[in-house]
Design a binder for this molecule. Structure first.
Ligand SMILES: C[S@@+](CC[C@H](N)C(=O)[O-])C[C@H]1O[C@@H](n2cnc3c(N)ncnc32)[C@H](O)[C@@H]1O
Length: 457
């Protein structure tokens, strides 16, 4: 079916669902790279509701309950819940709930797509990239060669392919779906990753998902807990005539935008780079053993030993790495477990409360940052490909250049935000002061004695 016809059918369906496009001032446009997006043909003032979407037109396990019930019965029967996630994030309670919602929505969407014209959402499903032949740009569809364009970024490590494979197996089992191929599962997961919203429960939200995103968004989706009928897309800035309406997908750096959504945004201030623990351990052969000792005695709530440490474009280095380097710089082989614990507490106080670090810590960090920057050598001289747009080479360049900028700015941020304390020089100065103080006191005593003699004379 031609795209025009698909759009017309979709608009008709929206009217039937009671979704209006702000008195027709919003129109769907299509351009290469951006695909479908929404433009405002009139000026719209900040605060205006752009469109309202009835909860009944959302796709989620409550509006299309077949698969949800199958899963719920299984959970009630066995008491089992699962902990997988579509990405490589650590598991925790929140993630587990998110994963279950994810699985439910995959199953629901799979069933609705299979129903074809019989689905209540058929005109909506037609405008999603749901055809088996659709080419996604997210990282799950990049070849090995294309992924290599992103080196040395660590964003590729966040793909979590093993977990995804596990999730596929679980869904087949939990929902009794044997006719969903892995390719179809990945395609449906990709749709969910880039089109779904967390509105009470993970859902597909027609029309809201037509909006592209920007860090300078002019609209957001508002969920009003008091309103059980609608959710609304609201203008958060004035929108000029002819301007694109942009939503925001979250505070994602470009590597994450690419992984999940398949696009990047230049000027994205959520950018971050990563410094690896393994590289820190390579700086000094002793560090590995000390880090293992820290891991053994560590009893504070916030984790200190991590696989990698983030360096933010605007916020610099996360303080946990500075604390860790401070401990590495001050630990000696004679230190007992208790002394090590005390070193950790002192390091936290110094770094977080006093914004101080020792000059030794600064040296370790400088070495680590310089080493990571040198891994970006290939990026330093990279020019943006002539064909800007959305080529994979262009997108990979935006990611790696953004990360390099974070690292280059990091040292400057450290210098501005922390007082660098030269501990050894301070100790020497303290000793020197004490020596002079003693000398002064001796002189005073001598003078006193002399003064006494004179008085007697
Ligand atoms: C929720 S959909 C938005 C509608 C989408 N453009 C379409 O044609 O269906 C999210 C997808 O839109 C694209 N997208 C979103 N924001 C973009 C942007 N600022 N530039 C380019 N593509 C963008 C990405 O492909 C993303 O996966």
């Amino acid at each position: 079916m031609a795209n025009d016809q698909i759009n017309q059918n979709f608009l008709k369906w929206c009217t039937e669902q009671g979704i209006d496009f702000n008195g027709n001032s919003l129109v769907i446009k299509e351009t290469p790279g951006k695909n479908r997006h929404i433009i405002s043909e009139k000026f719209i003032a900040e605060g205006t509701i752009l469109f309202k979407i009835p909860y009944t037109s959302l796709i989620n396990p409550f509006t299309s309950p077949i698969s949800y019930n199958a899963h719920k019965e299984k959970v009630e029967e066995t008491g089992e819940e699962d902990n997988n996630d579509v990405s490589s994030e650590e598991d925790d309670e929140e993630n587990s709930a998110g994963t279950d919602e994810w699985k439910n929505l995959v199953a629901v969407l799979f069933q609705e797509l299979k129903k074809g014209k019989a689905s209540k959402w058929y005109p909506y499903l037609q405008i999603l990239p749901s055809a088996e032949t659709h080419n996604f740009d997210n990282l799950y569809y990049w070849s090995e060669e294309e992924l290599a364009l992103l080196a040395p970024s660590r964003c590729v490590e966040r793909l979590g392919l093993e977990k995804i494979k596990q999730m596929y197996t679980d869904i087949q089992h939990d929902f009794n779906i044997s006719d969903m191929s892995f390719e179809r599962f990945l395609q449906i997961s990709s749709i969910i990753m880039s089109y779904s919203f967390d509105v009470n429960v993970k859902s597909m939200v027609p029309v809201a998902d037509l909006l592209n995103a920007s860090v300078n968004n002019n609209a957001i989706l508002q969920v009003d807990d008091e309103n059980e009928e609608f959710i609304s897309m609201v203008a958060v800035k004035d929108i000029e005539e002819g301007e694109e309406v942009y939503n925001i997908y979250g505070d994602h750096p470009n590597g994450e935008l690419l992984r999940m959504y398949g696009y990047v945004e230049e000027g994205n201030n959520n950018e971050f780079a990563e410094l690896e623990l393994s590289k820190l351990m390579e700086i000094n052969p002793k560090y590995k053993t000390i880090i293992e000792k820290i891991d053994d005695v560590y009893d504070l709530e916030d984790p200190l030993i991590m696989e990698s440490y983030d360096v933010y474009l605007e916020g610099g280095l996360i303080s946990e790495l500075i604390v860790l380097c401070e401990v590495l710089a001050n630990f000696t082989d004679e230190n007992t477990e208790e002394e090590l614990k005390s070193l950790i507490r002192t390091a936290f106080k110094r770094v977080i409360k006093k914004n101080q670090m020792s000059i030794e810590t600064k040296r370790i960090l400088d070495t680590l940052i310089a080493g990571r920057i040198s891994e970006y050598d290939v990026v330093q001289n990279k020019v943006y490909p002539a064909e800007k747009g959305y080529s994979k080479q262009y997108m990979a360049t935006v990611v790696t250049k953004g990360e390099l900028e974070c690292l280059e700015k990091c040292t400057e941020i450290i210098n501005n935000e922390y007082e660098i304390v030269d501990q050894k020089a301070e100790e020497q100065k303290k000793k020197e002061d004490e020596r002079l103080d003693k000398k002064r006191k001796r002189m005073e005593k001598r003078l006193d004695r002399k003064g006494g003699k004179k008085a007697r004379a």
